[in-house]
Design a protein around this ligand. Structure first.
Ligand SMILES: [Zn+2]
Length: 227
């Protein structure tokens, strides 16, 4: 029997590192998904979900329509070098769109993406979003400092990639009315948190929920995705 449309969900996943040995995550190994596990997860998404890009997610929220089937979107935070070397080949193999939220102050530093890689990713149709300049916690900062973090990272990405950067993701998933107002003032169209919930027609465009993928066995991943 076909499920009523209202029961279908859109799940936005957020990955950090696609690696088993990223030295940035020695103390937080759950933020690393191994390349083989990542491929298994992408194959599962492709077989069981309509995998869509963030433009379609945002359009769906704006139009207020429930999706006709379960949907998923794939995002990455921080801009690790393995986004290019390990994630992109798998995403291409399964024709999965994805958006990479970049901390611009990390670009070109050891372990992070270079501008050359970002230009190639953007040229191949992958989305780049903004994840501040320095990855500081925004909520304790003064209004001007928040605005600088948010707007300067947008400006440099737009200039270097010659593309509009409409989406923002909050470092540590932390947001407050002051942070949201800076993101709106910097002319972003939508912003993504790490609140673990499905998103849909009633979602706030400046607090779109995403599910953080933490390293786990495959049978856990498939059950967890359905929660
Ligand atoms: Zn981050």
């Amino acid at each position: 029997m076909k499920a009523p449309a209202a029961l279908h969900k859109t799940r936005i996943l957020v990955y950090h590192s696609i690696s088993s040995s990223n030295t940035h995550y020695v103390s937080k190994p759950l933020y690393m998904t191994g390349p083989a596990e990542f491929e298994e997860q992408m194959r599962y998404l492709k077989d069981n979900y309509a995998v869509i890009g963030l433009d379609e997610v945002v359009r769906g929220i704006r139009e207020g329509k429930s999706p006709g089937r379960d949907r998923a979107a794939v995002t990455f935070d921080d801009g690790h070098a393995d986004s290019y070397s390990a994630a992109i080949p798998v995403l291409k193999r399964y024709a999965i769109p994805a958006t990479f939220f970049i901390t611009t102050g990390f670009i070109g530093t050891p372990g992070y993406l270079t501008w050359d890689e970002l230009r190639r990713m953007s040229g191949e149709g992958f989305g780049c979003g903004c994840h501040t300049v320095s990855h500081r916690r925004l909520t304790p900062l003064a209004e001007g400092e928040i605005y600088d973090e948010v707007s300067a990272s947008k400006a440099v990405l737009e200039k270097e990639l010659s593309a509009g950067i409409p989406y923002f993701s909050y470092p540590y998933g932390e947001l407050s009315p002051g942070v949201i107002s800076a993101v709106k003032r910097a002319s972003f169209e939508a912003a993504f948190s790490t609140v673990d919930a499905p998103c849909g027609p009633g979602s706030d465009l400046f607090a779109i929920p995403r599910k953080e993928v933490l390293r786990q066995p495959f049978h856990n991943f498939t059950a967890w995705l359905r929660l």
